[in-house]
Design a binder for this molecule. Structure first.
Ligand SMILES: Cc1ncc(COP(=O)(O)O)c(C=O)c1O
Length: 358
């Protein structure tokens, strides 16, 4: 076989990255990916399939996705020219970075946070500057961020609120102050927005440099179908559309998103239930001795414990899969647990009570 020196083909920036790994485990209760535990309601599933069946699968979807873009714009409360729909918000992070980051540019990001931002930026040859969140509260390190964005090479500041994997939201006043001070793009990932009372959308009316990223994967239970959207200034949206893979939102995803937007009342009821279950779980966790639970504005909670790796295995032995986040800076003692159904949370609590005395 002809052999290749792969270092001559693959960019060194890509070779240097370890990539996103998700270990495989057997489980009965899945609390590791912040998915919606209720799934898509049966009646909506039927409607999605009925509408999908009536469409012509041999034809490409609408290139501009005009209908869905207009519907999302209405839901988000912005004009349609401020919306870009994509194949999950991950693909829009990629498209946005492709548009804005060149080799040698700098991106500032907090840590710990969603790891994809730094990974994509590095692949494009951009430098990543990291500012650590405040100890214990995971609040924004405002002074550090202000110093970091003062560097003229900084093109982009990426924040995630509510933040994954810590669960807390950042102060809107602080985000606003950063947007005002910074001449680059302030990208705010709001994947978990629907579980929080905070909405950064009004910032779009005051700051042309603010970009919001949102998704149907969490609140609307469509993680498997891949629908996300970006809200930004019309000029930037036009550019991001150039970088979006054509037709990457397929007919099924488009149909499902449309049906969800027709039944917001049903879905919002479920979102409220997830928030109620989160608060119920947090109240129970607060009483535990070996576990410290952090407040959350998302559909998951972060816990700190004395032996996180052992607790991870202890839960898995009972069929409960959570996320081991001990590899993140500041979270060496932590696990992240998605909010499940009432029954799932009860089984989780029962197992954690056993852990207390194990
Ligand atoms: C902060 C954050 N942004 C984006 C995503 C990806 O969302 P999507 O499914 O829309 O690609 C996730 C998924 O876990 C996330 O936690």
């Amino acid at each position: 076989m002809k052999k290749i020196d792969w270092n001559t083909i693959v960019k060194p920036e890509v070779m240097a990255i370890s990539g996103y790994h998700l270990a495989k485990h057997d489980f009965t209760i899945k609390l590791d990916q912040n998915e919606n535990p209720f799934g898509v309601p049966e009646s909506l599933r039927d409607e999605i399939l009925r509408r999908l069946s009536a469409r012509d699968w041999s034809r490409y979807p609408d290139f501009q996705m005009q209908h869905l873009t207009a519907r999302i714009a209405e839901y988000a409360g912005v004009p349609a020219e401020q919306v870009v729909v994509g194949n999950g918000s991950n693909s829009l992070i990629q498209a946005l970075f492709w548009v804005a980051l060149a080799p040698g540019d700098r991106m500032v990001v907090t840590e710990p946070t969603f790891s994809l931002y730094a990974q994509f930026a590095r692949m494009l040859g951009a430098e990543v500057a990291v500012c650590r969140l405040q100890a214990d509260t995971f609040a924004l390190p405002v002074d550090d961020l202000r110093r970091a964005i003062a560097d003229p090479r900084v093109k982009m500041l990426v924040l995630c609120s509510p933040n994954n994997p810590t669960g807390n939201r950042f102060s809107l006043t602080e985000i606003e102050a950063l947007a005002a001070e910074f001449d680059g793009l302030l990208v705010l990932d709001e994947a978990y927005r629907e579980f929080s009372e905070q909405d950064a959308r009004p910032l779009l009316e005051r700051f042309e440099n603010v970009v919001l990223l949102r998704t149907f994967s969490k609140a609307f239970a469509l993680a498997g179908l891949r629908i996300g959207y970006l809200l930004a200034a019309p000029v930037l949206c036009e550019q991001v559309k150039k970088a979006r893979v054509p037709y990457s939102v397929n007919l099924m995803a488009e149909t499902a998103a449309d049906v969800c937007l027709d039944h917001l009342d049903v879905l919002q009821k479920r979102i409220r239930e997830i928030v109620r279950l989160r608060e119920e779980l947090l109240q129970a966790l607060v009483r535990m001795q070996r576990i410290r639970a952090f407040p959350s504005d998302a559909n998951f909670v972060l816990i700190r414990t004395d032996e996180p790796k052992r607790l991870f295995q202890f839960l898995l032995e009972d069929g409960i899969l959570v996320r081991d986040v001990t590899g993140y800076p500041m979270l060496e003692q932590c696990l992240r647990i998605s909010i499940g159904t009432q029954t799932e949370n009860q089984q989780l609590l029962k197992r954690l009570e056993q852990w207390e005395t194990a």
